[in-house]
Design a protein around this ligand. Structure first.
Ligand code: 13P
Length: 263
């Protein structure tokens, strides 16, 4: 299988004000502008309130922007939600759906993620669906079942044609954040294989093989190269280790040649 690009991105979670985001994106663009984009898809998902200003910082198109969540209707009585039309207005192209913090802290369900995926596709966004098992599910030996059900329920009703725009992030809940333990490269490789098999089951070999699968959960400068060396890992979705532009730039430069060698 050959995916055309290496996918590297960060979700800034509920961090970074407008000023912080402006500084981060301007610096990230300055650091990375000499890196050719023929093999690299670089993206940042900042908070809603920063998106309009963020768009001005990435006018060159070298860094793609997206949102960390989205409601599933264009408008309506959904206090606190954000509509696809509003996200379009401020230039978001990618929408992250089903991050573990949305599922496990804020109580979102597979059914809600599914409505968001369908709505994002309808409105021309690239949905980045996040899936991953909890520690308890891992210890119970049901990780594969959980991943498969999150995919099958979350992607219910997505056509083969629309699947071409999907991205998937495998983020084991136990690996994310300050208390997280990163997955070993072998474990991540194996679970990416389970995800790939499910995607080809859902969308056929050609379409299923085309969907990028990114690993996320305590990715750092030490483990990034070994994760990218693994055959089934198409990219990295990074939190804390990417929030300082020069550090993120170093990680990009360390993994890109490894990914190129793997092709
Ligand atoms: P960390 O890299 O900080 O563990 O966060 C990963 C993540 O949640 C990306 O969405």
């Amino acid at each position: 299988m050959k995916l055309k690009k290496l996918y590297l991105g960060t979700n800034t979670k509920m961090y970074k004000t407008i000023a912080d985001t402006r500084t981060f994106l301007t610096e990230l663009d300055r650091h990375t502008k000499d890196i050719g984009r023929e093999n690299l898809e670089l993206f940042v998902l900042p908070s809603f309130t920063t998106l309009q200003e963020a768009k001005k910082c990435v006018a060159s198109g070298r860094i793609r922007l997206g949102a960390q969540n989205m409601g599933w209707e264009e408008e309506g009585q959904f206090s606190g939600e954000i509509s696809p039309l509003m996200l379009k207005e401020v230039g978001a192209e990618i929408v992250m759906i089903g991050h573990s913090e949305r599922r496990h802290v804020l109580g979102e369900t597979d059914d809600m993620e599914n409505r968001k995926v369908l709505c994002a596709l309808l409105h021309g966004f690239t949905p980045l669906l996040c899936i991953g098992e909890t520690r308890k599910e891992k210890e119970t030996g049901i990780s594969d079942e959980i991943l498969r059900s999150q995919l099958k329920l979350g992607l219910r009703g997505v056509s083969g044609e629309k699947s071409k725009r999907l991205w998937i992030a495998y983020e084991p809940v136990w690996a994310i954040g300050v208390d997280g333990v990163p997955a070993s490269k072998e474990y991540a490789q194996e679970k990416h294989g389970v995800i790939r098999a499910c995607l080809t089951e859902l969308f056929g070999k050609e379409n299923g093989d085309r969907i990028p699968i990114l690993y996320g959960g305590s990715v750092n400068p030490d483990n990034a190269p070994e994760l990218i060396r693994m055959k089934n890992i198409d990219g990295l979705f990074i939190g804390r280790s990417a929030w300082e532009a020069s550090r993120f730039d170093s990680m990009i430069r360390s993994v890109l040649p490894i990914w190129e060698k793997k092709q």
